[in-house]
Design a protein around this ligand. Sequence first.
Ligand code: PLP
Length: 394
Amino acid sequence: MKINSNFDNLVPNYLFAEIAKRVSDYQKNNPEKDIIRLGIGDVTLPLAPVVVEALKKGSEELGVKETFKGYPDYEGYEFVRQAIADYYGSFGVKVSADEILISDGAKSDCGNICDIFSKDNIVLVTDPVYPVYVDSNIMSGRKIIYADCNKDNNFTAMPDDSVHADIIYLCSPNNPTGAAYTLEQLKIWVNYALKNDAVILYDSAYEAFISDDLPRSIFAVEGARKCAIEFCSLSKTAGFTGTRCGYTVIPKELERDGHNIYKLWYRRQATKFNGVSWPVQCAAAAVFSDEGQKQIKENLSYYKENAKIIAEALDDAGIYYTGGKNSPYIWLECPNGMGSWEFFDLLLEKANVVGTPGAGFGKNGEGFFRLTSFGDREKTIEAVKRLKNLLNNI
Ligand code: PLP
């Protein structure tokens, strides 16, 4: 018996374990200190009232013979897919309900999509990167190449025409950098993908944070329907990190290597996934109702205001950063040329604030640091006060 030896090629990811250890050691030695966490990647505000009502109603229906539901459709209930298609329409992007597949979240879809592609494909990711794209492809034994994001390109890497890739992961607005592509930039990626007969795997998990005139979907770009798959999620949009619901959009005309991609993904899901529960799909549909949109926007505005408070402090201190607008993430350059972990320790010890060292997201993350806006308002304000104080005194 042999295991999948590709697992030996995974680089152990100690990032969050190491953060937890350093924070716990510091707290043990300094029990009186009030530590504020500005590193959390999880939401903290509760589900919207209409979503909770839909969850309750859906659950009660499962307890009544006449309304009981068994296995859902593999691709998700039609009324949920239609609600999502209408949502795309609200920002001017045309996708149809039968191009949408409901899932338990974007993380699983971003990773599982690898099942339908040959292991001989070359995968391109931007660095720094959401680790799921890299690790899922290492597990399947694919070669990974990197497009560098740095200060020179404002953390929005563009394709290099001299390099070939078959699968391209793009995430905009980006985790961890908060940077978001413009329509013109995405058009360049789409043209590159078409030229290389590649497929773009577009993660739009943070599209709901966009307020500027930036694309909310890869399908806002002409030609994308012939080369892109989009993953989105209700995790950050509507606080579904624990409730679990996402969706993947595959245009019906997307073909590669003589195969229809939608059909392959449907076959993969029908084989290994039995769908999202009835109450959760009812809750998802409620997110896209008029009342749902109004209510989730209150939470999104709260996080966005937190992001603005952090970003303004960095503006005042003259620190370079990306994100903070159109994103819950703020990606800042560590002051005085410090390394990511060096700044982590300084911030923890001198300001009792915890963030995430950029080095944990790839080589281009060294010297950078991620703060998030998912915390409590009062704590964010206090953390920013301490951060400002620290930046003024180093
Ligand atoms: N994609 C990105 C870029 C993320 O940052 C996250 C969550 O942090 C996800 C996907 C995961 O989404 P889900 O909770 O739907 O699995």
